[in-house]
Design a protein around this ligand. Structure first.
Ligand code: 6GU
Length: 236
């Protein structure tokens, strides 16, 4: 007797709340992400926060209490959008993209690639009213120590890093396993034909056909490169 383990065929659903949905149309209509959607492995739904505003001017932001500079995104439109989505299905995470959060990394991407349904809220101006963060947000993500105009480009980065890990999204499935960062090291250098271009030669070991030697060379180079460029990754 034998068992066949069928992989559960789950489509990852991503709902994105933004005041600039146009900013996200293009990244999701190209290359790898587009293919993931076409293959039915993921679905991405963009929602304009403004559409949920009950205000007669369709406002989404207001002045900060206490006189701080900059506008703050209001509770009501965001809450209404979140409540509509969460009434329709269960979400694994409600993520807020903001520079004042811990920084996204490969380990987090691996973990999130296992989720079924997620909501991503993109911040703008001085950010969202803290009460949204306190009441609804389950995870806050920054993509690095610099400030962007809004969370949209950061959300595109997060979605790209997660979708490419879903089996079947990349044409060569194993290639995600050998990415920089996946084993805690940077990737070794790569070369393609010709073996000699203007006298610039490819390391001879790569032409040797000796898999053991080649793997040893790659590991050595990965370690050397990481030590030189990102010693913090080795100390971690
Ligand atoms: Cl997630 N949002 C914004 N506005 N700026 C950022 C960021 C996010 N991550 C790094 N900088």
């Amino acid at each position: 007797m034998f068992f066949i383990y069928l992989q559960k065929n789950v489509v990852m659903r991503i709902d994105i709340l933004t005041i600039f949905p146009d900013l996200l149309e293009s990244p999701f209509n190209h290359s790898m992400i587009k293919r993931a959607i076409e293959k039915g492995l993921a679905s991405i739904h963009l929602h304009n926060i403004r559409d949920f505003s009950t205000d007669k001017h369709k406002s989404v932001d207001d002045y900060a209490f206490g006189g701080a500079a900059g506008m703050v995104m209001m509770v009501q439109p965001i809450e209404t959008a979140i409540l509509k989505l969460t009434s329709e299905r269960q979400y694994d995470e409600i993520i807020y993209m903001t520079p004042d959060a811990t920084v996204w990394n490969q380990k987090e991407a691996n973990r999130l690639s296992m989720a079924e349904n997620i909501i991503i809220l993109c911040g703008h101006y001085k950010g969202v009213d803290q009460r949204i963060r306190d009441q609804y947000i389950t995870k806050e993500v920054s993509i690095g120590d610099y400030v962007l105009t809004g969370g949209e480009l950061a959300a595109a980065v997060l979605v790209d890093s997660v979708l490419r890990l879903i089996p079947g999204v990349l044409s060569d499935e194993t290639s995600a396993l050998t990415d920089s960062h996946q084993d805690g090291l940077l990737s070794p250098p790569v070369y393609t034909r010709p073996a000699n271009y203007k006298g610039w030669e490819v390391p001879t070991v790569l032409l040797s056909g000796n898999d053991k030697k080649i793997n040893e060379w790659r590991e050595e180079k990965a370690l050397e490169l990481t030590q030189k460029i990102r010693p913090d990754m080795i100390n971690d």
